[in-house]
Design a protein around this ligand. Structure first.
Ligand SMILES: [Zn+2]
Length: 425
């Protein structure tokens, strides 16, 4: 940190710039005593299911932590006040299934996640134990978004069918060892795209899960020649606490009886024994005929996630705000959707209440949303649309105490009233 700060003063009615060098201490000392909060979100409707809060309140942030959540906090104690009246304030969302490394359509997380109110993404199997170190260096470390990892049971990761069918490269011991070496980043194991018959890939992933004490997230088709069925997968092979993603894709799970459209009884049985179901919208895994019927029969996803990658964003726009909007238009309450996008994913990866709440002293990851009413089109992954009346739009995101998205300039003063620009070299 430099000891001096260059401040360029610009008179509102003049283009003349005067550069001054001021000691940093003089500039900040007088205000520091009076202003104990860095950011105050004032008057928003706070939805924090982890703390059972659902009312109009202020949220104050100091440094990278939530300082206070209470009504009528004094704005003069804050360096920056954001008027969020009429908006919703939630914990930063946790996207449990995203692709930010390895997979061919993976995207850099900051380019999409933060814009939708997502402050944590969990990469679903881009890297295996052989490629994790490169993933960490290239993506995890430089990202503003928090990036956690489901490590692929395939050592080389999600790099194509030949590698992903190579049973020789599915090593539970080496996978578990890499997880234990990186407990701050790796939260579980991914098994995906296995194209051969049988349970070998899933069983090896579960063995790695047993050795490392972490959950497995499953993305696994049930073609006739695979020798795998939904019932056996959910009731025998998977463990309580393991997750099945792509819950509304009928090639991964036979959620509904294909002839009657009725919810399969084994789905309820699996949920009862503790298997979790994740949305994993993606570019091919969210179908209105499955989602509408499953929601009507009382089978919502436990966790809402995007399966974020280039083709899931371009047409179906599967960011978190849009996934939540789709479920709300199928009858899910907003508060419930927030719980399934914060508390539930945090619990599934054993990070609750460290993540997923606005608890005082917790990391200041916060999202601000506008809930719009009108007539909106929501597209599924197979090019059909549903018309709905409510749409969630992220207007601001705070990550680690810093305002990183501010769609409408809530945190910006009018230039003509501020009078001075600060330029920090
Ligand atoms: Zn995926």
């Amino acid at each position: 940190m430099p000891t001096n700060l260059i401040v360029a003063l610009v008179h509102p009615r003049s283009t003349k710039r005067i550069a001054l060098i001021l000691p940093l201490v003089l500039l900040t000392a007088s205000v520091a005593a009076a202003q104990s909060y860095d950011i105050l979100l004032q008057g928003g409707h706070v939805i924090d299911p982890g703390n059972k809060i659902e009312q109009v309140m202020d949220v104050a942030i100091s440094g990278d932590r939530i300082a206070r959540v209470a009504a009528n906090l004094p704005p003069q104690q804050a360096k920056k006040v954001l008027n969020v009246k009429g908006l919703y304030v939630t914990p930063g969302l946790i996207d449990l299934h995203a692709h930010v490394y390895g997979y061919s359509g993976s995207v850099f997380p900051d380019d999409t996640a933060l814009l939708a109110g997502t402050t944590t993404v969990v990469d679903a199997g881009g890297a295996g134990w052989r490629s994790f170190d490169e993933f960490k260096k290239k993506i995890i470390d430089p990202s503003k978004t928090r990036v956690l990892v489901f490590l692929n049971i395939v050592g080389r990761g999600m790099i194509g069918p030949d590698a992903e069918d190579n049973v020789e490269d599915m090593d539970p011991v080496k996978t578990a060892a890499k997880i234990k070496e990186n407990p701050n980043h790796i939260v579980g194991i991914k098994v995906a795209h296995f194209g051969l018959p049988g349970w070998t890939a899933l069983e090896r992933a579960i063995e790695a899960g047993r050795l490392s004490g972490t959950p497995v997230i499953v993305d696994d088709k049930i073609f006739t020649n695979s020798g795998r069925t939904s019932r056996e997968k959910l009731l025998r092979v998977m463990r309580p606490g393991d997750l099945h993603t792509h819950v509304y894709n009928d090639r991964q799970l036979e959620v509904l009886d294909r002839f009657t459209g009725k919810l399969q009884p084994y789905m309820l049985e699996a949920r009862k024994r503790g298997v979790l179901f994740d949305l994993g919208h993606g570019g091919g895994s969210f179908l209105w005929p499955v989602a509408v019927r499953a929601m009507k029969q009382g089978f919502p996803p436990d966790t809402i996630s995007t399966d974020l990658h280039s083709s899931s964003i371009m047409i179906p726009q599967s960011d978190m705000a849009n996934c939540i909007s789709k479920l709300m238009n199928l009858g899910m309450k907003f508060q419930d959707a927030v719980e399934r996008s914060t508390v539930n994913p945090a619990r599934a990866i054993k990070r609750f209440p460290e993540l997923g709440t606005l608890g005082e002293g917790k990391v200041a990851d916060v999202a601000v949303f506008e809930l719009k009413t009108g007539v909106f089109a929501f597209k599924d992954a197979w090019s059909k649309k549903l018309l709905g009346t409510r749409k969630l739009e992220c207007v601001a995101t705070i990550r680690n105490g810093r305002l990183v998205v501010d769609l409408n300039g809530l945190g910006f003063p009018l230039w003509s009233q501020a009078g001075e620009y600060e330029a920090i070299p």
